[in-house]
Design a protein around this ligand. Structure first.
Ligand code: FE
Length: 182
């Protein structure tokens, strides 16, 4: 089984699971994020990062309402660790940083903070709240921080129920381009 087959199999097996607190499934959420990336002419790596940014949720075995019980699933770290076997930092860094990117945006964009969904506001607390000035400066030293912030904005928009977007198979060429067997 190739890594691309494995990704497709993961989505087939667990993609129907809820994107917790939002009216879309994990698969719908990833497909909508990838579609936004593609529409904006993002690189192959960033389109794949958008598609797979929450793959950690499909890999861990915690209950899907873990956040309701005060458990941070650290899905961004799980996803990064799994993907690091198959691709470089241009994919894994925006994924690893998509949660801190939310804390960054909450510290730098008051409208962003005000516009968070109830579920996202709840998880912000678990994630550590808005960045301090020091944390913000540190974040901006990462060469991929802009990609992470861009990915975060797609992530936040990819929650529209019953939106018609290209299917997973549409991304197979990009996945094969970006992911390589270890
Ligand atoms: Fe997400």
């Amino acid at each position: 089984m190739t890594v691309v087959d494995e990704v497709c199999e993961l989505f087939a097996r667990r993609g129907h699971e809820a994107y917790v607190g939002e009216p879309v499934s994990q698969l719908e959420h990833g497909l909508q994020a990838a579609h936004l990336a593609e529409q904006e002419g993002a690189s192959d790596a960033l389109v794949v990062a958008a598609l797979l940014h929450d793959i950690g949720h499909l890999l861990h075995k915690l209950p899907e309402d873990a956040a309701d019980h005060g458990i941070d699933t650290r899905h961004e770290a799980i996803g990064r660790a799994w993907l690091a076997r198959y691709c470089g930092p241009e994919v894994t860094e925006p994924i690893r940083l998509h949660v801190p990117a939310k804390r960054y945006l909450c510290a730098t964009d008051p409208q962003y903070l005000a516009g968070l969904s109830p579920a996202s506001t709840q998880s912000l607390r678990l994630q550590g709240g808005p960045f301090t000035a020091e944390e913000k400066a540190e974040f901006e030293r990462n060469p991929y921080y802009r990609d992470a912030v861009t990915l975060r904005r797609w992530d936040d928009l990819a929650k529209i129920p019953n939106l018609s977007v290209p299917e997973l198979e549409h991304y197979r060429p990009r996945l094969e381009q970006v992911l390589h067997e270890a």
